[in-house]
Design a protein around this ligand. Structure first.
Ligand code: E4P
Length: 218
């Protein structure tokens, strides 16, 4: 399973990368706004800084909602760095753009996916990644894990090459359940990624080992 970090904050990306388990970054316009990046030039420069911190897979989202606009933006975003994956919303023009871009060999991430039907369409269009949003579905009392299971089954049935990227991850159990299903990638906050490391018995055990070592040295 690949781990992406879901942030535009350079310090968090740096910290996650230093842990040695990071495979990429996902951003979206809200995450870019959260770090105070304004204007296209500054945004593109920020994407470049993110690319310099990781080996691959930096999802950068288009703002346009029409096919022509998305294609133009995709070209500009992909021109920033070869690590960029163009993130495109699950709308009809978005699907058209994904189809066209995949035919041109460009990597895409189909975002804002909330159903197995949408994921099926994204795979048929040739998306590199499909991003089902887990937390946002749970927020409206729908079962995100049921949707994820359906997507895994459908993709296996037809041997789709599109990688499933669990997004809107809110806690470690989203990651673990996704991993049990064989989901290819999750994108999560630094907090959630770090929570995967933790167990109280590890802390207690380490404390005891170190205390016993100190005693044995007296
Ligand atoms: C990542 O690709 C998505 O944009 C992100 O995971 C959405 O997360 P949120 O639901 O916490 O905003």
């Amino acid at each position: 399973m690949k781990f992406f970090i879901d942030t535009a904050l350079l310090s968090e990306i740096e910290e996650a990368a230093s842990l040695g388990i990071l495979d990429g970054v996902t951003t979206n316009p809200s995450l870019m706004a959260k770090v105070g990046i304004q204007g296209q030039e500054a945004i593109y420069q920020h994407y470049k800084k993110i690319c310099d911190l990781v080996d691959n897979n930096v999802s950068a989202e288009v703002i346009s909602t029409d096919f022509e606009g998305m294609m133009k933006e995709a070209d500009a975003l992909a021109g920033i760095d070869e690590k960029i994956v163009v993130k495109i919303p699950m709308i009809p023009d978005g699907v058209k753009a994904i189809k066209k871009l995949s035919g041109m060999g460009a990597r895409t991430n189909c975002t804002l996916v909330f159903s197995a039907g949408q994921a099926l369409v994204a795979a048929k269009a040739g998306a590199t990644y499909v991003s089902p949003f887990l937390g946002r579905l749970d927020d409206i009392s729908m079962d995100s894990m049921e949707m994820l299971g359906q997507i895994v089954n459908i993709y296996q049935n037809y041997n789709f090459q599109t990688e499933i990227l669990g997004a809107s991850v809110r806690h470690p159990m989203h990651v673990i359940t996704a991993a049990e299903m064989g989901v290819d990638v999750v994108t999560a906050s630094l907090k959630t990624l770090k929570a995967l490391f933790q167990h109280p018995l590890t802390d207690v055990g380490l404390e005891k080992f170190l205390a016993d070592y100190q005693k044995s040295q007296k």
